[in-house]
Design a protein around this ligand. Sequence first.
Ligand SMILES: Nc1ncnc2c1ncn2[C@@H]1O[C@H](COP(=O)(O)OP(=O)(O)OP(=O)(O)O)[C@@H](O)[C@H]1O
Length: 318
Amino acid sequence: MSRTTETDGGATGTTGSTGHTGSSGDSRSKTLIDARDVSKKFGEFTAVDGMSLDVGAGEIVGLLGANGAGKTTLLRMILGLEAATSGAISVLGTSTARADRTALGYVPQGLGLYTSLTLDQNVEFVADAFGVTDIPPLPAALAAVRTRQVASIGLGRQRQLAFHCALLHAPRLLVLDEPTSGVDPLARARLWDTIHAQADAGVGVLVTTHYMQEAEQCTRLAIMSHGRPVARGTTAEITASHEAVVVHADDWSRAFAALGEAGLPVMLAGRTSRVAGTTIEDVDAALDAAAVPARTETVPATLEETMVLVERAARQAG
Ligand SMILES: Nc1ncnc2c1ncn2[C@@H]1O[C@H](COP(=O)(O)OP(=O)(O)OP(=O)(O)O)[C@@H](O)[C@H]1O
C-alpha cells in the first residue's frame, strides 16, 4: 500500500487508486478539480498555505480540519469566489474564472436560501437562474411545506432544500460546505444518501465536515491544519501508521483517572480508555503506578485520533 500521510506540510501527490488523476490521457478528462500549491493571504495572515487537492468524477473527497483551518477559504477559491494569492486551480478543465457555472452545484455553510420566500419560490428562482425547465419534484418532506416561508421550516428541511436547489441543474461537480451541520442523525443519513447517489451517477463531490462518520464515507480525505496540508489519502491510508492503546479494566473509571493524572491524552470509549500517540509501555507504567489492574492492547488509531496526532505533529514541526 502506498503511504500518503504527510506531516511535513508538503503536498506530494498520492499514488495508486487514490492518486492524482490529472496527469494523463483518459483520467485527465475526469478530473473536475485540480488545485496545486494554493495559498491565500488576508493581509499578513495566511489562511491557506500550499494546499493541493484533486477531485475526480464519481469521487467524494472530504476536506477536514479544525475550525479556522482554512477549509471554507479553499472552497471559495476553488469556486472562484475568492482569488488565490498563489498556486493554480483548475475547475472542470479550465480556470475558476472561466469554469462553466452551470456544471457546478454549491451548498455554502449559510445555505444561500432566500428565507423570506417560500420553498417553491426558492426553487423557481434557482430554476430560472440556470434555465431549468424540467424541474424535478420536491422530496415528500419538502412538498408538504412547499408554500411556507423558508424561515419557518427547520434546519434539516432547509438543508434538504439547499441540496435540492444545488442539484436542480444536474451539476457535474458538487461543493458542499458542512452540509449536515446541526442536522439530526436521520436527516444527516438521508443527505448522505443523496451525496452517494450523486457520486454513483458520476458527479464529483468536495465536502467539508466535522463528523468523522461522514469523513469515513468519503472516497479520499485531505486534512488541513492552520491552512496547511497535514495528511491525505483514504481513511485506511491516513490511519495506517497511527496506533492507540486500549485499556480494559474492571474499574474503568479508576483506570481513566490514573491515565489522565499521568498526563496521558486519554479518551473514554464506552467503558474502555484509549490513549493515542503513546507507547503501551507508558500506559502500563501509569496503570502500575496507580495500582490499577488492567489489560492493554495496541490497536489501529481511529480517524479522530489520527487527526489529533497529525495536527499535534504539524504544530510541533512549526
Ligand atoms: N475575509 C477574511 N478576512 C480575514 N480573515 C479571514 C477571512 N476569511 C477567513 N479568514 C480567516 O481565515 C481562517 C480560515 O477561515 P475558514 O473559514 O476558511 O476556516 P474553516 O476551516 O472553514 O473553519 P470552520 O470549520 O469554522 O468553518 C480563519 O482564521 C478566518 O478567521
